[in-house]
Design a protein around this ligand. Structure first.
Ligand code: ZN
Length: 160
């Protein structure tokens, strides 16, 4: 069976930055399962997996545009401390979820200067060139229910 739209694909992977730092890996965990063609994974990786078979291994380097996008400096803003009502301590590196232009987004505090809080709504991996070391462990047809939901369900049909 080869990878094409609406197949459930299991992969083991290691993700490294352009500097060679390991950012994420399935090592020591269960493989990652996704539905091909549904945008479950980043476009550059999905494209590279198209047509591959069980047991294939690949090493793919993906440009930021095909990964988490390029950084948008307009997403860096300075807001007053008073926006964080009820938050005792505000420190760089803190993350929170906010509604940003209509969708939920993870926002990181990058700088704290008195009452001026700098926040960054870019994806933490925006602007990064990413390299994936991938081994394809299994390919199967997606079920009707999985296709309707657009994501993979567990082996016992349990909904997550
Ligand atoms: Zn579901």
């Amino acid at each position: 069976m080869e990878i094409k739209s609406n197949k459930v694909v299991s992969i083991n992977y290691t993700l490294t930055s352009a500097e060679g730092k390991v950012l994420d890996t399935s090592d020591g965990r269960a493989p990652l399962l996704y539905i091909h063609g549904k945008g479950n994974i980043i476009p550059g990786l999905e494209k590279a997996l198209e047509g591959k078979k069980e047991g294939d291994k690949l090493n793919v380097t993906v440009a930021p545009e095909e990964a988490y996008g390029i950084r948008d400096e307009r997403l860096v803003q300075i807001i007053p401390r008073s926006s964080f009502e009820g938050v005792e301590e505000i420190e760089p590196g803190m993350q929170f979820q906010a509604n940003f232009e209509g969708h939920p987004q993870i926002i990181v505090i990058t700088k704290v200067e008195g009452d001026n809080i700098t926040i960054d709504a870019n994806h933490p991996l925006a602007g990064e060139q990413l390299t994936f070391d991938v081994a394809i462990t299994e390919i199967r047809d997606a079920t009707e229910e999985e296709l309707a939901h657009g994501h993979v369900h567990g082996p016992n049909g349990h909904h997550h």
